[in-house]
Ligand binder design. Sequence first.
Ligand SMILES: Cc1cc2nc3c(=O)[nH]c(=O)nc-3n(C[C@H](O)[C@H](O)[C@H](O)COP(=O)(O)OP(=O)(O)OC[C@H]3O[C@@H](n4cnc5c(N)ncnc54)[C@H](O)[C@@H]3O)c2cc1C
Ligand code: SF4
Length: 551
Amino acid sequence: MLSVNAAFHGARNGRKYGRTFAIAVTAADKTKIVKRMSQSKEKMLRLILGDQLNYTHSWFREVRDDVVYVLMEIRSETDYVKHHVQKVLGIFAAMRAFTQMLRENGHTVVYLTLDHPDNLQTIADNCRRFIEQTNANKFEYLLPDECRVDEHLKSFCAYLSIPFQSYDSEHFFTTRTTFSEIFQGTNNYLMERFYRTMRKKHNILMNGKEPVSGQWNHDASNRKKIPKNHVILEPFLFKNDVSEIYEMLIKKEVSTIGTVAPKEFLWPIDRKQSLALLDYFVSECLPNFGTYEDAMTMHSWSLYHSRLSFSMNLKLLSPKEVIDKAVQSWQENQERITFNQIEGFVRQILGWREFMRGIYWKHMPEFGQLNFFNHRTALPRWFWTGETHMNCLKQCISQSLEKAYAHHIQRLMITGNFALLAGIDPDALDEWYLGIYIDAFEWVEITNTRGMSQFADGGIVGSKPYVSSAAYIDKMSDYCSNCRYDKSLKTGDNACPFNSLYWHFYARNTAKLSNNPRIGMMYNVWNKMEATTKDAILQQAEHYLQNLENL
Ligand SMILES: Cc1cc2nc3c(=O)[nH]c(=O)nc-3n(C[C@H](O)[C@H](O)[C@H](O)COP(=O)(O)OP(=O)(O)OC[C@H]3O[C@@H](n4cnc5c(N)ncnc54)[C@H](O)[C@@H]3O)c2cc1C
Ligand code: SF4
């Protein structure tokens, strides 16, 4: 164990990762490229977006003289939502490292920094000008993962006078339409069905036609609280120097949220670092991944989670190689890694991640407007500061501001749960989730937020809303024992807000939810309560709803 950690330690502190990035292309370089392009006969401009850093894409298999790749840092991307500063820094640093790698491999690349004098700050404007300057006779791009960018590129291409072509990004297991094919003729999108189809189709954890272990789902063995005296592994962090990019953001007055130590940027910014994080995950975290998947604690911000979503969403790692590596590690270390750990991990990536992508392309853009409960309440200001007396929310929000990260159950059962109980407008919440997390891209953010977490889609993603009172939070965390509120009280000065808001949520949504077979039991409990108890709980909840800013 020690030697493994020592090797990782070397990787994260190595000189290579401590570099400061120089501006990737100077105005003089660009002039040279433009001149060379305008002299050659066949000229093709290929666009690479900031979340398309796929080193293994077939585009890069051969070095072609007739192709110029273009990457750009643009205001339309930094400003469409207020991002966490670490998210902007991480993406720009990864784009610059990617450019450097392509150039080292002989490709011609134009890179526009945010402060480059020639930067027109939108994809279309920059590409249009570049095509004019070089007389490029073809434009190619990789299919984007977000509707917003997809539409932008489609309308740009509609006015192009030269041929254009789009290509698959060669990243996902599924195409945009696989989901519709699997669920042809039904609106009942069971994730379990999707997941089993994917396991069979890609022959992952399969024994012929049957699942290895004979069981598809091992959730029952997972999701335990962290035991007392359990020593949690320290997260494996990088120390990248991104201060040059940070200074540029300040100079250009890019408005961001959260904090950063720009000389010790902790997230992976290239493929090598992403692979090192993957190695660390499979050897050190995977043995406990499933078991503590849903646990929360004040003593660790990432527990045994992989923190690979950023690398995967930028396409620095493919979901297939992540799964293959994890499965291989399980196969070779079955005495340390039990089957429930690997099954839980594969389910997240092969199941949930691809499922969300499918929902996105099937239901957007309408999905982005759905508000099943007609929630209209403004997001409390403390979502932006963490300054609330509710310890669970304070921990999760402060951590998110500091690290640009919260693990799934913190997002779902703390911030998301509270927002749903309090009736927060899903538009405001989407903006928050899309901004604050390093891994937040609309295709996977909005499906999780509006769908899984807020049930604003009325049941497209999930079959029931994810809500809980303090009992669940206390069961899975150590937050409640350090809170000003009393987890066991429903009413009274110190009563935990989750307890009364929980029943208020069910009571105010009786017409919409009471026929749902998965939650009928909760209505039985509610209906059996004394009328005076119910009144007191609802009054307490009303009081909290009127005072959300002060909780
Ligand atoms: C309200 C809300 C908002 C979310 N927003 C995002 C987002 O913007 N971007 C994002 O990548 N994930 C999002 N998720 C899903 C999930 O929380 C993150 O993928 C996960 O926390 C990332 O951390 P990790 O890499 O340590 O994950 P791990 O726990 O190590 O899981 C491994 C991988 O599985 C995938 N995964 C797990 N759960 C999901 C899921 N529900 N949907 C899609 N992929 C999943 C991720 O790629 C993740 O890296 C959101 C979840 C909720 C409830
Ligand atoms: S008592 Fe309530 S508010 Fe406090 S940490 Fe527990 S669930 Fe959160």
